[in-house]
Design a protein around this ligand. Structure first.
Ligand code: GSH
Length: 184
């Protein structure tokens, strides 16, 4: 069975959410990160960088949440066989981790980046329920996770100027797979 390594409150939840969406059976391996279990040789053999999430799927090991999401989408997600479609998913996953996350969660960037990122997302989501249009996809797991962390981690941030983003956050976080991932 696929193994997912994570901490008690960690980005492994992003991968859990997508595994639940895909109904892929998995074992969650909870590392005691407070006591440095992620820096021990057993885990460094899976991810030499010593960060979670990481997965082991058969003989295959992979780390970095975005790479894991895209692997799972390609392996288990029944994707259309179109390079353009796959590239668009990659675009949103990279946007979530390399642009949206640092733009919102790095305090020095927030005032400059957050309004432009949120304004753009709001205008996309005013026209369609999900990032790719009418269908939920791994793009929504990546971007939706980053957005869902905002009220959890940054109580002072006011998202009311972006009502379509708030509706979207409600829509994706009400999904049963998200709820399960948050509980397990
Ligand atoms: N870009 C990485 C970030 C991974 C990351 O920073 N994980 C944190 C937990 S959420 C971690 O393992 N921190 C432990 C450490 O840095 O020692 C990803 O998205 O997978």
């Amino acid at each position: 069975m696929l193994k997912l390594y994570g901490g008690a409150f960690s980005r492994a939840t992003i991968v859990k959410w997508y595994l639940e969406e895909l109904s892929v059976p998995y074992e969650f391996v909870l590392l005691d990160m407070q006591n440095g279990e992620h820096k021990k040789p057993e885990f460094l053999a899976i991810n030499p960088i010593g960060k979670v999430p990481a997965i082991v799927d058969g003989d295959f090991q992979l780390w970095e949440s975005g790479a894991i999401l895209l692997y799972l989408a390609q392996k288990y997600g029944n994707l259309p066989n179109s390079p353009e479609y796959k590239a668009t998913l990659t675009q949103w996953v990279l946007f979530a981790n390399a642009t949206l996350g640092p733009g919102v969660f790095v305090e020095a960037n927030r005032d400059r980046e957050m309004p432009r990122l949120m304004t753009a997302l709001n205008s996309i989501l005013e026209k369609q329920p999900y990032l790719l249009g009418q269908e939920f996809s791994v793009a929504d797991v990546a971007v939706g996770s980053m957005l869902a962390y905002i009220p959890m981690m940054l109580k002072e941030v006011d998202l009311s100027p972006y009502p379509a983003v708030l509706d979207y956050m409600k829509r994706v976080t009400e999904r049963p797979a998200f709820q399960k991932a948050m509980q397990r």
